[in-house]
Each structure stands twice: as structure tokens, then as C-alpha cells.
Design a binder for this molecule. Structure first.
Ligand code: TMP
Length: 246
């Protein structure tokens, strides 16, 4: 598909306008890896392909389970066609275990299980390093245009977590936490951006081996191999589920 005008270049993706449709965009997944607000930079070959594949698979799985996403179709190994949404400037994080920033900030043990999934909002502002914000702050300080969306976003996020936990468990993986971004398209809230080992913490269920971007953040090595392992396990599970339904 012909890439037209570059609309935006982020840390991991480029977004292009599609010439024949003003309602759609083309997402191109780069090989770049960044962490700590891009203070740490790296890359590995085919990372863009792996993340595109995993994201598409997760979007497809969620669509099959009634969750609307911006994904329309895969266009090439690194490109997907998506609805062009008006992005809501929030990062929604769901945690099923404590890890990363919240464990650190509250002085709690990393890996601690949580009784119920924990939802956190971060205000998407690169210049402020995406700070944590409370629901009250979002509402009272008018951080998003339509504050009535918050309830829908929360419900959708917990539902996505439920579906993904089932899928990952079948793949012998544990979805420890993940970040979502949502966008508005024709008055509907769609899950947007990407869902990949760049934006999720994913541990192997039986061994507890960490397979996501923490391997890069914390210099543990085997980054590519771990991303490939996630891809392989999720695709095997997807195939088993598809064969079962035939
Ligand atoms: P955190 O523990 O650093 O807050 O991250 C929680 C989850 O959200 C983790 O899976 C990584 C993901 N995440 C992103 O994808 N992008 C971000 O900018 C942040 C802060 C987190």
C-alpha cells in the first residue's frame, strides 16, 4: 500500500495518511527500542515485524471477543491499516501483579500478586514524562475533552484484561501488566496504538522467565529471542483455538 504523508513519527512507529481514505491510517512498526522516555535507545532486526504480528494477533483476538479496536487489516510484515482515531491523551495501565514503576514508587516487592486487577491512568505528555494522574485530576482539571468517557474506558480496559488473561494463560504466559491507548472514531471508543512486548509485561507462566521489554530496560540480554518466544507461543495458541472452532 502506498504510504502518503507522514502524519507522526513516534518512538516505535510511524503513522501515514492513506491517500484514498481520510478515515484511515497506515501504521509502520520500526525496529527501534526505547526506554525511560527514550533516554535509553536500541534496536534489533525484525523487531518491527514481531511487534506488528503480535499486535495484530491481539487486536484480532479481542475483535473476536467483541472488543472494538482500530485494526482493519495487515498490509505487510510491518504495516497495518487502521481507523484514524482522535487519540485520548491517557495511557491506561492494568496491573495483575505489581512490577515496574508502581512497585518501585510504593516500595513494594516486585512480582507481588494483587487480589484484583489495578487500573492506573497516566497523562500522555512527553514534555512532562507522562505523569501518573488520578481519575479526579482527569475530571476536575479537564485533562481530556469529554470526562464522561472515563467510565467507558475503565469498563473496556477491565474487559480487555479478562480476555487477554485467558488467552495468555492458554499460551503458558502470564500477562503481568500492560498499557493501552484509546481513540475515538465516529463516537465509538476503539482500542488503538499497539499491544506488544514493548507495552506489556509478559512472563512465562511455569518458569517466571521475563520475556518483555524489561529485558532491554534492565540489560538482561536475549531480547529478540524473548520477543520471538512470545510470538511463537501466542501464534500456536491462536492456531489451536482456530482449529478447535473448525
Ligand atoms: P510501568 O511499570 O513502567 O508503569 O509500566 C507499566 C506497563 O505499561 C508496562 O507493561 C510497560 C507499559 N508502559 C508503556 O508501554 N509505555 C509507557 O510509557 C509506560 C510508562 C508504560
Amino acid at each position: 500500500m502506498k504510504e502518503e504523508k507522514l502524519l507522526y513519527e513516534g518512538k516505535g512507529k510511524k503513522i501515514f495518511q492513506i491517500s484514498h481514505s481520510k478515515d484511515q491510517v497506515l501504521l509502520f512498526f520500526k525496529d527501534d527500542l526505547t526506554a525511560y522516555q527514550a533516554k535509553k535507545k536500541g534496536a534489533f532486526e525484525n523487531k518491527g515485524e514481531i511487534c506488528r504480528k503480535i499486535s495484530s494477533l491481539i487486536f484480532k483476538y479481542l475483535e473476536k471477543n467483541g472488543i472494538e479496536t482500530h485494526w482493519i487489516e495487515d498490509v505487510s510484515s510491518r504495516q497495518m491499516r487502521c481507523f484514524k482515531t482522535e487519540m485520548i491523551p491517557l495511557e491506561v495501565v492494568i496491573r495483575n501483579r505489581l512490577a515496574g514503576s508502581t512497585a518501585k514508587r510504593l516500595g513494594l516487592k516486585e512480582g507481588q500478586r494483587i487480589e484484583e486487577a489495578l487500573l492506573e491512568f497516566y497523562y500522555k505528555r512527553d514534555d512532562l514524562d507522562d505523569p501518573f494522574v488520578s481519575e479526579e485530576q482527569i475530571k476536575q482539571l479537564g485533562l481530556i475533552k469529554n470526562k464522561s468517557l472515563i467510565k467507558d474506558i475503565k469498563e473496556k480496559s477491565f474487559l480487555i484484561n479478562k480476555h487477554l488473561q485467558v488467552f495468555f494463560k492458554r499460551a503458558n504466559l502470564e500477562l503481568v501488566d500492560f498499557k493501552m491507548e484509546f481513540g475515538l472514531f465516529k463516537n465509538k471508543i476503539l482500542l488503538a496504538d499497539e499491544m506488544s512486548p514493548d507495552s506489556c509485561r509478559i512472563w512465562e507462566e511455569k518458569t517466571g522467565e521475563r520475556l518483555d521489554k524489561d529485558r532491554f530496560r534492565r540489560n538482561w540480554g536475549q531480547v529478540k529471542e524473548s520477543y520471538q518466544k512470545i510470538e511463537c507461543l501466542l501464534f500456536k495458541t491462536w492456531k489451536e483455538l482456530s482449529d478447535f472452532k473448525k
